[in-house]
Design a protein around this ligand. Sequence first.
Ligand code: NAP
Length: 243
Amino acid sequence: MRTAIVTGASRGIGAAASLELSALGYAVAVNFKDNAEKAFETVSKIRALGGVAEAFKADVSEPDEVRRLFQSSEEALGRTEILVNNAGISKIVLLQDMGDDEISELLRVDLLGTILCSREAAKLMIPRKSGLIINIASMWGEVGASCETVYSACKAGVIGFTKALAKELGPSGIRVNCVSPGVIRTDMNSALDAETLGSLESDTPLLRLGTPKDVAKAIAFFAREDSSFITGQVLPVNGGIIV
Ligand code: NAP
């Protein structure tokens, strides 16, 4: 079966993207790092709707685990047609207060993880002359956020990586695009208090925060035939908060 590997699919945007891609007819490899219970919830939802899915534990920042993820997914589900590089973490802290480990963890998960997974996908997709990679950046990678400097750097890196890889893989029939969300209601923003969320909402021209489904629909756009001549692009899904 044509398969979509979605990293960080136990919760939030990744879980919603998994459901959308399943609805388009893809078998879904639901990757998670720690939260097996939530990953199996995503799998169960897909199966309840008649889709095909399996959960795969792997830390995207570990090269050996990434290699095993792709190998196990191909064995269990079949040919990898789509990779969604969604797994991510964030930290809201001043740069001078960040520890060495915190900086390194952000770089490893949010930037290195996307690069490692894309490398494995490219190895499989190039000989087949077909495939699609969708990276999840952030509006902070476009404009920068105070107290999220390293996160912003990672996401700016994801955007640069998307544009470069699209050029490298285009001749092999592989498209690489990027979805850049604004503020989305997920666990990632659970540390923000109601007042902060309220002011982000009123700063958004569409006067609401995004949902995981809003982002999943944009991911699904790239998975459709409709977008077959689009590569190397950044699609903002932010309610107009940045233009
Ligand atoms: P979330 O609800 O916090 O979920 C994060 C997901 O990533 C979970 O499935 C988690 O797995 C997984 N994950 C974390 N570290 C991992 C690792 N090392 N290896 C594999 N999986 C890992 O996050 P979200 O809000 O849906 O965010 C998804 C993506 O969108 C991220 O790249 C984020 O930066 C980006 N984004 C989010 C927002 C927003 O406002 N929410 C805005 C812009 C961009 P476990 O459940 O196993 O921990």
